[in-house]
Design a protein. Structure first.
Length: 131
């Protein structure tokens, strides 16, 4: 993701697996604008928090998109990348791994936008900030 501001984060490149899970092409789309209007402020805070952290982030999500009646769980490892040029956007490099599918209605009910509940900092040399 190219994170231009708290309100605008654009997928620079998205892999085929995640695009097939959500059922749409993500490359070039605005991550914040993709959320429902009532969820955009939370999504905006979440992605800005990830981009501004001095450490990596490990989080678990249930994608809010059902495929064949099943919610898909993903594990995401994200690293903030500071740009070399002052005018360039912050970047968030994220690697997602699909976890086994879950039947609709079972287990955890966290939405993608509610990830602050399940975030875990990963020390990459600068220490883990107090949250």
């Amino acid at each position: 993701l190219d994170v231009f501001s708290a309100e605008r984060a654009v997928f620079r490149l998205a892999g085929c697996d995640i695009e097939s899970l959500v059922g749409m092409r993500l490359t070039g789309r605005d991550f914040v604008a993709m959320a429902a209007m009532d969820q955009r402020a939370m999504r905006s805070r979440m992605i800005w928090d990830v981009a501004m952290r001095p450490c990596g982030l490990l989080s678990f999500h249930v994608l809010p998109y059902l495929v064949a009646g099943r919610a898909h769980h993903i594990e995401v490892f994200a690293l903030p990348i500071r740009p070399d040029a002052a005018e360039a956007p912050m970047q968030v490099l994220a690697v997602a791994s699909r976890l086994p599918p879950q039947q609709q209605g079972g287990g955890t009910r966290l939405r993608l936008e509610q990830t602050s509940v399940t975030q875990h900092g990963i020390d990459i040399g600068a220490g883990i900030p107090a949250l």
